[in-house]
Design a protein around this ligand. Structure first.
Ligand SMILES: Cc1ncc(COP(=O)(O)O)c(C=O)c1O
Length: 396
């Protein structure tokens, strides 16, 4: 491997939310304890360096010494088109691309631009918490099509419930998370087609958050929903270098909308957003030269996940977990211990001094779970699990 992902890079004192955000996290109610020994593995960013071509491109931008108003050059759009054609066999037209300074922002704008206050929006809990706040915070109503969880720890869609919710007169939008955070499901082509058909038949706009689409296991495939939908007039897709290339701090999401009317409404609500020169140069480098890094990263993450599953089987056999099809999060079911979610929390956050994310943040369906983000150097992951396992020894 060219990249050494085992290297531990100190992120403290770099304005990192994960490593410097203790006070914020306490205020937010995520944890009570946060000190210099805390291992934070809650938020979905990577403790790993980005591809070298991106670093070189960013250096070049810094060395220029002037950082004024910038534009989206043709190379920006060409880079996006190149990546999605090559990696996902998806032909995107330049005019279909709308920039957003982040995916959560893009989802919020879609809610405000394409639905009305009081209308219903389908989400599939347990799901990424900003979907709920994006709906409720904008005065819309959550219609929860909860995913079904089976004996094997596998999640599937309750299509009857989905269709009933889509048919409700006031339902106008569905926010799809695929690959699904936190369950790790990658919805298959037949599932996506069925979701799309139901939405199209009932006048429901789909906002497809596909930003984990590049971060899947090596033996899995991911299909953008537009590829199987037939008509794409009702689909708004969020893509981002933020997740794939670990540059959440550069705020670069690209929303793809084929329907000109929908795109006009959406773009008007988004307003004028000029890019930063850092973001533009990073995206062009990432989408043209980041492939080798991504392939090595996927191999590394797969290896770490395998280590986690083996470690848990040996040391914490009551935790139910499976290797997710996509995303770099693992969703661990602690119900086998027979203790309350509060006690699980206390043992992990206060005693082991590891910060994960309590399952309840993803909806009531997530209550007995803990979510961990895996893309850190393995020495960090190993220490975190060793600390946690020690706190559960008496219950094995
Ligand atoms: C499904 C999903 N959407 C959106 C985001 C946040 O994206 P952004 O930083 O571009 O707002 C995350 C981050 O974890 C995520 O998992």
């Amino acid at each position: 491997m060219k990249y050494n992902f085992d290297e531990v890079i100190n992120r403290r004192n770099t304005y990192s939310m994960k490593w410097d955000g203790g006070e914020f996290l306490k205020e937010f109610g995520l944890t009570e304890r946060y000190d210099e020994d805390t291992i934070p593995l809650f938020t979905a960013d990577m403790d790993l360096p980005v591809p070298q071509p991106m670093i070189d491109a960013l250096h070049k931008t810094v060395d220029h010494r002037i950082f004024g108003y910038s534009i989206f050059p043709n190379e920006y759009f060409e880079a996006i088109q190149h990546w999605f054609k090559k990696r996902h066999d998806w032909d995107i037209k330049k005019e279909e691309i709308v920039f957003s300074p982040g995916t959560v922002h893009a989802v919020n704008v879609a809610v405000r631009a394409l639905t009305k206050p009081g209308e219903g929006i389908i989400i599939q809990r347990p799901v990424y918490p900003p979907f709920t706040s994006g709906v409720e915070g904008n005065g819309r109503v959550v219609r929860n099509n909860a995913l079904k969880y089976d004996e094997e720890g596998y999640y599937t869609i309750d299509f009857d419930d989905f269709e009933a919710k889509a048919k409700e007169e006031t339902t106008t939008m569905f926010i799809l998370c695929n690959p699904h955070n936190p369950t790790g499901r990658i919805f298959k082509e037949d599932e996506l087609k069925r979701l799309s058909d139901i939405c199209a038949a009932n006048g429901v706009v789909i906002v497809a958050d596909e930003i984990h689409g590049d971060l899947i296991r090596q033996d899995q495939t991911f299909t953008p929903i537009v590829k199987v939908a037939g008509t794409t007039d009702h689909i708004v897709t969020c893509t981002a270098i933020n997740k794939t290339f670990n540059v959440a701090g550069l705020h670069c999401t690209n929303v793809i909308i084929t329907n000109p009317e929908l795109r006009k409404k959406y773009s008007q609500a988004m307003g004028m957003n000029l890019p930063s020169p850092f973001m533009v140069s990073a995206l062009i480098a990432a989408y043209h030269e980041g492939e080798e890094w991504l392939d090595q990263l996927k191999e590394y993450i797969d290896g770490t996940m395998e280590w986690v599953v083996n470690f848990l089987a040996e040391n914490m056999p009551k935790v139910k977990v499976r290797i997710p099809e996509g995303t770099y999060v693992m969703w661990m079911d602690f119900s086998g211990y027979g203790i309350s979610p509060e006690e699980v929390h206390d043992r992990i956050y206060n005693k082991a001094n590891v910060v994960l994310e309590d399952g309840k943040m993803f909806g009531q369906e997530g209550l007995p779970f803990q979510r961990i983000c895996i893309p850190s150097p393995r020495p960090i992951i190993k220490e975190a699990f060793e600390r946690i396992a020690k706190e559960f020894e008496d219950l094995n």
